[in-house]
Design a protein. Structure first.
Length: 177
């Protein structure tokens, strides 16, 4: 890993709240002229489902990548469609070189198996791009094996701003008042 402190992980709340923090931080960075690559998750909103996978939304283009299967494959209750995650990952990889910051919705089941957004995590870190993400509680062990020195940051926009400023980047982000 290039610079472990350039990887921040937020947690401590349910997924939709974590995604809202990521969206808010991305909007703040974008408003200050930064190029933000990445995707955030939006739930499908369907009742009585154990899996909330819905779409991954590009922070750069706004494009949505459906990641929800109508029916779960036999033997699982997870409706996650890896093809949609792969397409979202490819879009992030296309945006990577021009970005100042990479925000990836989470390190979860697919990433723990080195699939899903894993190539985007690897490429961003190899390129020295700061990365912000969340981690599925079920896959914290795989995350720690992948990024053992990643910074744990409070799931607040202000805390992410302080993390960013600690990197001493050329593109500053002001702490909102």
């Amino acid at each position: 890993m290039a610079d472990a402190k350039a990887v921040a992980v937020i947690g401590g709340m349910e997924s939709s709240a974590l995604q809202a923090v990521l969206v808010s931080f991305a909007a703040q960075c974008h408003a200050q002229g930064m190029k933000v690559a990445g995707v955030v998750a939006e739930a499908h909103g369907l009742p009585d489902r154990t899996c909330s996978a819905g779409i991954l939304r590009s922070l750069a283009s706004g494009e949505g990548f459906p990641i929800y299967l109508g029916e779960a494959p036999a033997g699982t209750s997870c409706h996650l469609d890896s093809r949609g995650v792969d397409a979202a990952c490819a879009s992030v990889l296309d945006q990577l070189q021009a970005s100042d910051l990479v925000i990836l919705s989470k390190f979860g089941k697919l990433e723990a198996m080195q699939g899903g957004l894993y190539p985007a995590f690897e490429a961003a870190i190899a390129a020295g791009k700061p990365v912000v993400t969340s981690v599925s509680a079920k896959h914290e062990t795989a995350w720690h094996l992948f990024a053992p020195a990643a910074a744990s940051v409070d799931a607040k926009r202000e805390a992410l701003t302080r993390w960013w400023l600690s990197l001493k980047r050329d593109t500053p982000v002001a702490i909102p008042q």
